[in-house]
Structure formats: C-alpha cells, structure tokens
Design a protein around this ligand. Structure first.
Ligand code: CA
Length: 682
C-alpha cells in the first residue's frame, strides 16, 4: 500500500507567536494543560507511516522542549488519541551551553526514511519498512543550536540529540540530560533495578544481573535507590504497553538508565561516579558536531509490537565492516554445571566430544584455563577440538583496574598491547571467539573498552561474547563480530541458588517482552540434568520440565547458544530431546508473538528458513489451557513436543494444526510445549 503519509502530518499552526492564536490552533483532544497558555511554539504532531502512532513535540512557556507519544484508536465516537507517554522533557546541559530551557524554535523539518537492512543475528533477518522523520532545531539564549531528531515508525519512536559546532568549539562534555519519560498515573511497571556500584562478587557490579518485579506501582522505590536499567517495560492499564530502551551507544557516550519516578516521570540518568572503581567520568564527551545515543519507545495496545520490535537496530549503522565470515551456532560449556573443577584438559575433551556428538559448532572453555591447562597445552586442546570439527571460544576477564577478579586470564583484555598480542596468538591457533567477563559498569570509559575489544577482535577474526556486562545497545548491527551479552540473571544462578530454579519460568516469561526484545541474550540455558551438579544427584533441583528446556532454546534469542547439557545427557534423556537440540537453529528470520503476559506465560513463533518453531511456556501456578492461533502453520503436520498427560513425561508426537490455524495446548505449571513444522503450502 503506497500512500502519501505526509498529508497526515498535522502541522498545527505554523510558528504563531501569540499564545491566543496558538490556543485556537490546538487540535481539540482533551483538556489543555495550564502550561499551554504561555506556549511560544505550537505543538507539532508527527504520525507514523500507517497513521496510527503519533509523536507531539513542542516548547513550553519557559522554552523547555517536550514530547508526547501515543496512538489513535477508533471507537463509537470516532478517532481518539490515546496518550501513552505524556508531556516529557527533552534537552541537555553541556559544558558550553544549556539546551534544556530558555530555548527558541528555529525551524523544523519532516521527512521520510526507508529502513532496509539484513541482520542475521537479531530476531528478524530482513527489515524493510518506512519511517517518518522529524527534526527540530532549537537555539539557546547564546544563539547556540541543537537539533532533536525523531524517527517515527509504526509502533516505535526513537530520538536523539545532535549538537552542532558552535564557532571554534570542537568538543563537548554533556553534564546532564533533561530527557524523561512521563507515564499516566494508572501505569504499572516491569523493571529491574540498577545495583550499587562496586558490590557483589569481587566488586564487579553493576552487571545487569538483578531481579525483575512485575506489575509494580510507579511509586515503589527501586531496590538500591539508583533507578532501573534498560529495557524498561510499562503497562499503561487497558491502553497498552510501552517498552523504553536505548540504542547506538558506542565509545562516544556512556550508557544511561532511568532514575526512580517522581509523579510518574522517569528521568534519564548517567552512570554513578563509583562505577568502574571510580575511574572515568560520569559525564560523556564527544567531538562536535556529534550525536547522543538514541532513546527508543515501543508503544502499542497489545504485546505483539513489544515482542517483535526491531527499533534498536533500525536507527543504528555498522561502526565498521569486516573481511571475516562469522558463523553462528550452538556450543557446549563444562563450567555451567561442572563448574571450576572441570577446567582441565580431560574434562574439556569430554565437552568437545559432546559438542561433536551433537553436531554443535563450538565449545566454550571458561575461567581458569590459563592456570589449569595453560597456553601451551591449550594449543594441543585447540588442535584436538578442530580435529573433531569443533571450534573453541576462550574465556577472559575484562580486568583491569575496576574489580578484584582473580579468575584467569586477567589483565589482558584491558590493555591494547597485551590484548592484541593475545588475539594474535588466538588467531594463529584457530580460536574463533572470546568470552570477556566482569566489566566495570556503564561509563563512557567502559563503552570504549567494549568497542576496543570488538574492533581489535575483528582484526583477528574473533567473535566476542560479553558477560558480567551492560545490555547491548544496537550492537548486533553496529559490530559484525558481536555475538552476545549476558546482562541478565543467567543460567549460572540456577546452579548457585535454588530460588533461581524456582523462579526460572517467571523469568523466562519476562525476557521475550523486555530484556531479549531489545538485544540478544547469552543466557546459557537448556539444562537436561534434573539436578544441577556433575553427578546429576545433588546441588539445586530444576523445577521446569524437559520440554520447557527445549522451549527455552527457541524463546531465548542469541546468535550463539551455549547449552547447559552435559555428557551424561547423551544416554539419560530421550533421544528425541537430543535430536531437537541437534537441529535447533540459533538465528531466526522472523518472530511472531502469539500469546502471553509478561511473567505469566508466553507463546512465540520463530521462523528459520522454511521451519517454524512455536514455543509456549507457563509460569503460572495453574495448568494453562490455551487455543492458540498459528496461521503460519494452518493445516500443517508438526512435531509436537509436550509434557505428557501427567504433565511431566517428555513426549513427542505427530500432530496437525487445524485448517483454521487453531491448536490446543495444555501447559502445566513450569511446563511448556513446542511445535515444529513448515507451512503446508510451501
Ligand atoms: Ca554472570
């Protein structure tokens, strides 16, 4: 459908200076806030290509820029505006000028943008859509200028600041941002707190490994008093959902977070001074002209656009291109269940053999290999792995002068000289990637380290996984060798503590809507042991079903999945479970949200080539009976994996999806189902 959607951009009252004229020109939608009486610049409305999502931008009487976001709904009284993000502040304060108040509207420009790219490593391999753009130029009292750039897609809004070059000034330090997100009073939240800095294991926090609270009141204080890390999900009652994120963060800015709400206003905050052991500034700096990262809002009445959004990749560009061809896939890693004691030559051989038996591409050798195996014997191990058709990832600490980590190798990835020397050795040995763990926080200094590791690693043909780290922010598209970040309470916590096993389903049913919607997530899941120790006879107890573990391989999205299976699983689980893992892809062409509610249950469909995988999980206290609509598999024969009549016996059988696309699922508590099939007409 091609239509001229510019006709739909409502430009309410061009540049009228007098407040009365402005008031007359305001579209009649609800009561006017008192501040409008002093408006200097009429609010402008920008709509998405489908005409349904809107953005409003204006200046308050004191010259404070603001924006609002919502959607148009039809009801019996006609078209109405549903405001999802109310009157929210924009602007920033720099070391050479204040761009948060006293601003005047210089000019604005609306446009159209084609968003078209291929990206094998995110949830959609091909994106081809249109967006509306809107850029407003604002000037402060010193006549210094700044632009706010908006991109408005169907269901998504992104914005960033563009600082121009004022005279001879060649660089800027951003002291603070006024950026905020104002939610209606009825909103509840799905958030995870930012932790104190320099606490936890070897003083390594913050590392985006905190607990989520579902459906909390906005008035509730965050656990540590430092607000919340992205992504942040908001439920605006019956009006729908807003997912707030950040993207395009690289070496030229810090990563930000949201502070605690004041009357429903969440303000953007910079990192804490204590992060990174106090080293590095809180305030980011960059060369002029330059840009801040994008802040993104996904806004919808229902959850499909929240789960399916690609906004985090739509507005960023690759930072560099590569000569290398990177291959994604599955891996084994001994550490997750067998822990530190398994980082020795013989146990690594067993996990390489396991990967070979499963047809997996990779084995990850985790911490302490430098001491327990050593670089010399590692060369032998690498040769052994490659003789079996298995490639290796090796673990490194990021440290550094920002924590107390002793697990080796340490003090290599932090320094460009040692890092490149090590990477040269890795390349010579044929190692394919590194996992770098325990980063120092969200300051620009740490963002520079992430980017430096990625850039150097690509020179040596190495892929990079980050752990103990920040959330990725568009990095799948920005860095060709970036293949995963933890930034979640990952599978290791289930080994450490029973409560994480007990909450496994709750967390799994949150991630598709929040953390894993805006970035890949290296969770390290799919345990097939019942007990999470080496003997499968002690330690913590998994409470979810085997089918749940298979479903996790589909629900969790990361281009390289290190599965938590162990050599004993080759003989102690049903063969069909192994066959499922042997075939399961780790890159997807498409995702479709079928049903669910964050933290309660989820049904997702992911497509790889012709194959559809539909995964359903239940975190509720009751057995859940669902009739799901699967138009993509209407009339198709499928492999149907479920928990059996007793709700715990792993079962696979042939089934057929109804011609009308309907299929009935029964999901026990902590249970799941998976359907695998191809569209009948293909
Ligand atoms: Ca971790």
């Amino acid at each position: 459908m091609k239509k001229n959607f510019f006709a739909a951009i409502i430009l309410a009252g061009m540049m009228s200076a007098a407040g009365t004229t402005a008031l007359l020109a305001m579209p009649a939608c609800g009561p006017l806030p008192a501040a409008m009486a002093a408006v200097l610049q009429d609010e402008k409305t920008v709509v998405s290509p489908d005409g349904k999502t809107f953005l409003k931008v204006g200046l308050k009487g004191d010259g404070q820029p603001y924006y609002k976001v919502g959607y148009y709904a039809e009801d019996k009284d006609g078209k109405k505006e549903v405001m999802m993000v109310e009157d929210s502040p924009l602007g920033l304060v720099t070391n050479y000028g204040d761009f948060s108040r006293g601003l005047t509207w210089v000019k604005d420009q609306a446009g159209e943008r084609d968003i078209r790219y291929d990206l094998e490593r995110s949830k959609a391999s091909r994106v081809d859509k249109k967006a509306t753009t809107f850029t407003v130029r604002l000037a402060n009292a010193k006549k210094q200028e700044m632009e706010v750039e908006f991109v408005v897609e169907d269901h998504n809004v992104a914005f960033r600041y563009h600082l121009l070059k004022p005279g001879e000034t060649g660089s800027v330090r951003v002291m603070s941002e006024a950026t905020g997100f104002q939610f209606p009073g009825k909103t509840t939240t799905f958030l995870t707190p930012q932790s104190d800095a320099m606490i936890g294991w070897k003083r390594t926090k913050p590392s985006y490994e905190e607990v989520y609270k579902a459906d909390a009141a906005m008035s509730e204080r965050s656990q540590y008093g430092h607000g919340y890390t992205f992504p942040c999900l908001f439920h605006v009652g019956e009006d729908g959902w807003v997912l707030v994120g950040e993207t395009g963060v690289d070496s030229r800015y810090c990563a930000s977070r949201l502070g605690d709400a004041q009357d429903g206003l969440y303000k953007l905050e910079f990192p804490m001074p204590e992060e990174n052991n106090g080293n590095g500034t809180v305030e980011p700096a960059f060369a002029l002209p330059g840009y801040t990262p994008w802040r993104t809002l996904t806004v919808a009445k229902d959850l499909a656009p929240i789960v399916e959004t690609t906004i985090t990749w739509d507005v960023v560009e690759p930072r560099f291109t590569t000569q290398n061809k990177y291959k994604y896939g599955r891996g084994t890693w001994s550490w997750i269940v067998w822990q530190d004691g398994s980082i020795n030559y013989d146990d690594q051989v067993r996990f390489i053999d396991l990967a070979a038996a499963m047809g997996f591409e990779y084995t990850l050798v985790d911490n302490w290999w430098d001491t327990n195996i050593g670089h010399e014997r590692m060369e032998e191990l690498i040769r052994y792995a490659r003789s079996k058709g298995v490639e290796l990832f090796l673990w490194y600490s990021s440290s550094g002068y920002w924590n107390d980590i002793q697990q080796g190798p340490i003090n290599i990835m932090c320094d460009p000289i040692t890092r490149k020397k090590e990477m040269r050795w890795l390349k010579e040995q044929g190692v394919k990637g590194v996992k770098v763990d325990f980063f120092g926080g969200d300051k620009q200094e740490t963002m520079r380290l992430y980017e430096a590791i990625l850039s150097d690693a690509d020179d040596f043909g190495l892929m990079v996984i980050f752990h103990g780290c920040t959330m990725p922010r568009g990095w799948e598209r920005m860095y060709p060798n970036y293949v995963g970040s933890e930034a979640v309470l990952a599978s290791e916590n289930m080994v450490f503590n029973q409560s994480f096993c007990d909450n496994e389903a709750f967390n799994a049913c949150l991630h598709p809507f929040i953390r894993n919607s805006l970035g890949c997530m290296e969770y390290g899941g799919t345990f097939l042991n019942k007990r999470l120790n080496k003997g499968n006879d002690g330690g913590t107890t998994r409470v979810t079903t085997d089918i749940f573990q298979l479903a996790a391989a589909v629900v969790y999205q990361n281009p390289i999945q290190n599965f938590a299976i162990t050599p004993n699983n080759l003989t102690d689980v049903p063969a069909f479970e192994l066959d499922f893992l042997k075939a399961v892809p780790t890159t997807w062409d498409e995702v479709r949200f079928i049903d669910g509610y964050p933290g309660r249950y989820v049904v997702l469909a992911r497509r790889h080539g012709q194959d559809w995988y539909v995964a359903a999980m239940n975190a509720g206290k009751e057995t859940l009976k669902l009739t799901v609509e699967l138009p993509m598999l209407a009339g198709s024969e499928v492999d149907y994996y479920h928990d059996g009549k007793d709700g715990k016996t792993p079962t696979m059988e042939d089934a057929k999806v109804g011609k009308n696309g309907k299929f009935k699922l029964t999901l026990p508590t902590n249970g799941a189902a998976v359907l695998k099939g191809q569209a009948v007409n293909q």
